[in-house]
Design a protein around this ligand. Structure first.
Ligand SMILES: Cc1cc2nc3c(=O)[nH]c(=O)nc-3n(C[C@H](O)[C@H](O)[C@H](O)COP(=O)(O)OP(=O)(O)OC[C@H]3O[C@@H](n4cnc5c(N)ncnc54)[C@H](O)[C@@H]3O)c2cc1C
Ligand code: SF4
Length: 496
């Protein structure tokens, strides 16, 4: 054990200073800063250097956390960065928004032993910021260009991570994105107070400087067909995410004032990013001065309630059908929302939308619930208490009930693509190869609505899978040099 480590007995746990709730609820800036240089080394040195590091086991990218904590504790930030960025394509993003309390930090032995976890996410963010500030994040310059092009549909974390790794391997990479900005939910969805938009645009610009082409406002299936992409590229990665918002299934749920979480958050992001919006657009989707009720208990719901607070809502109430302990999101996010003034009411399930005689939204009637035995997913079931209802006044109701896959087979005219009963794409792991030769998939469109760090992991896996697939084509280089279309080569190789 190096002397620099194992300091948890002398040094207490510290997180970077959090801005006070009264200050931060009035703006959209990130809510915490960075460590001082001294704190960064000290907090890294608390690591126990376990022989079997559970933090790493529970990190979806299997981040080699103890290694880079030790390098950082010794003051070698650059070496720590190099080790960190070997395994995580987007550490500056994961360090900020991974639910660490459920992943690395929640499984740190110091946390379990009552000493308080090493603040892994904050150290990861800080090392990454140092790397960008000091110019260590140089544009990718591959050892050799392979002269082979890969198409990626979608520029969220799965698409960006795959692009990064493929470019490092010397492939030409072209991302197609239907939105007017790249980043997926990192840019339109996750609010600026959790992840500054500049952090996302910085990474996107860096990828472009590294030679990745990005075509915006290009919806595959409409502006270009997937067939066009298969003609142009040797392999294609589908990283389209999941955007079909779950509905309440109640009458009048489409009246003015009842909106979906994604539409609401995207609109707020557009205002932050300075987009020109009409006065009507601004007011219809703004919580300012309104009694906001958010339905749901996950991370998306937390982002909605905290956004509504920042927009100047009159009141913000979050309704969830289970209890506090059963909430699927990060406990830390719930705590921050409460500090910022959000009120939670548990064991309440919407049963009808309340309208006045002019059909204007008045609120929501909720059924009172209780917890029953554990369901197949290991979580307690919530069951209705017969005849017990409550009416809650609201003029702005946000549905944050989760997302499902859209009908990709029909959207992309890919009737042969194997999908699950939930519409997500079936892949072989770890290659991420779909049922169709040369077509790969990664991120939420494979896992269902999940986490950024899983999208990063799968994007990197897909890049490796594509590389292995192309390497495995014995006739590939001959065919390419003879000018044969990649499509013919692909046909020669059918994937089971
Ligand atoms: C509000 C909200 C908050 C969240 N907060 C967190 C958090 O704090 N921490 C965390 O880890 N995870 C969080 N998540 C989950 C996380 O954002 C997702 O798991 C992750 O972004 C999935 O990455 P992806 O690349 O698979 O898809 P996405 O990020 O959804 O990106 C998919 C991209 O594909 C594009 N696209 C789709 N179809 C087409 C097409 N036909 N042609 C061209 N482009 C197309 C989309 O426009 C989009 O840009 C949150 C999710 C939401 C909704
Ligand atoms: S990627 Fe996420 S889970 Fe892994 S070490 Fe970083 S913050 Fe923790």
């Amino acid at each position: 054990m190096r002397d620099s480590m194992h300091k948890f007995t002398e040094l207490g746990q510290r997180f970077p200073t959090l801005r006070s709730a009264s200050e931060r609820r009035n703006d959209f800036h990130e809510i915490d800063g960075l460590f001082s240089a001294e704190e960064l080394c000290e907090q890294s040195s608390r690591c126990e250097q376990c022989a079997v590091p559970f933090c790493q086991t529970y990190c979806p990218v299997a981040n080699n956390i103890p290694d880079w904590l030790m390098l950082q504790a010794e003051g070698s930030t650059r070496a720590a960065w190099e080790r960190l960025s070997e395994v995580n394509a987007l550490p500056e993003i994961c360090g900020r928004i991974c639910p660490q309390d459920r992943l690395c930090e929640g499984n740190c032995v110091l946390e379990r032993a009552g000493h308080g976890t090493v603040t892994i996410g904050a150290v990861e963010k800080h090392i990454s910021e140092q790397a960008f500030a000091n110019g260590w994040v140089r544009p990718i310059s591959p050892e050799r260009e392979r002269g082979v092009s890969i198409g990626i549909v979608g520029s969220g974390p799965a698409g960006l991570s795959a692009a990064l790794r493929l470019r490092e391997l010397g492939y030409g990479v072209h991302i197609y994105e239907k939105q007017d900005r790249a980043g997926g939910l990192l840019i339109y969805g996750i609010p600026n107070f959790k992840l500054a938009k500049e952090v996302v645009t910085r990474r996107v610009s860096w990828l472009m400087d590294s030679g990745v082409e990005i075509t915006l406002n290009c919806r595959i299936g409409k502006d270009k067909s997937l067939e066009d992409l298969r003609e142009k590229h040797t392999a294609v990665l589908l990283a389209t995410g999941v955007y079909d918002a779950r509905r309440l299934g109640l009458a009048s749920e489409d009246v003015s004032g009842v909106i979906s979480a994604y539409g609401y958050l995207q609109h707020s992001d557009r205002i932050y990013l300075g987009d020109e919006l009409s006065a009507r657009q601004r007011s219809e989707l703004s919580a300012r001065g309104r009694r906001v009720v958010v339905l749901g208990g996950g991370d998306t719901a937390m982002d909605c309630v905290r956004t509504a607070q920042r927009q100047g809502a009159k009141s913000v109430l979050c309704l969830y059908r289970r209890d506090r302990n059963s909430m699927p999101g990060s406990r830390r996010e719930v705590a921050k929302a409460e500090e910022e003034g959000v009120v939670f009411r548990f064991l309440r399930n919407p049963s009808s939308i309340l309208l006045d005689s002019a059909d204007d939204l008045q609120g929501v009637r909720v059924q009172k619930m209780r917890l029953a035995q554990t369901g197949v997913d290991g979580r307690a079931l919530s069951v209705a208490i017969a005849g017990e209802y409550e009416d809650i006044a609201s003029d702005f109701l946000i549905k944050a009930l989760g997302f499902e896959a859209e009908d990709l087979r029909s959207d992309l005219s890919l009737s042969d693509l194997a999908v699950t009963d939930w519409g997500t794409i079936v892949v072989s792991k770890p290659s991420m190869h779909s049922s169709l030769g040369g077509i790969f998939a990664a991120g939420d469109i494979v896992r269902g609505a999940s986490l950024v760090v899983w999208a990063v992991r799968e994007g990197m896996d897909a890049a490796r899978g594509i590389h292995d697939y192309l390497q495995g084509m014995e006739d590939f280089s001959n065919a390419a040099s003879a000018g044969t279309g990649a499509r013919e080569v692909r046909r020669a190789r059918k994937v089971a």
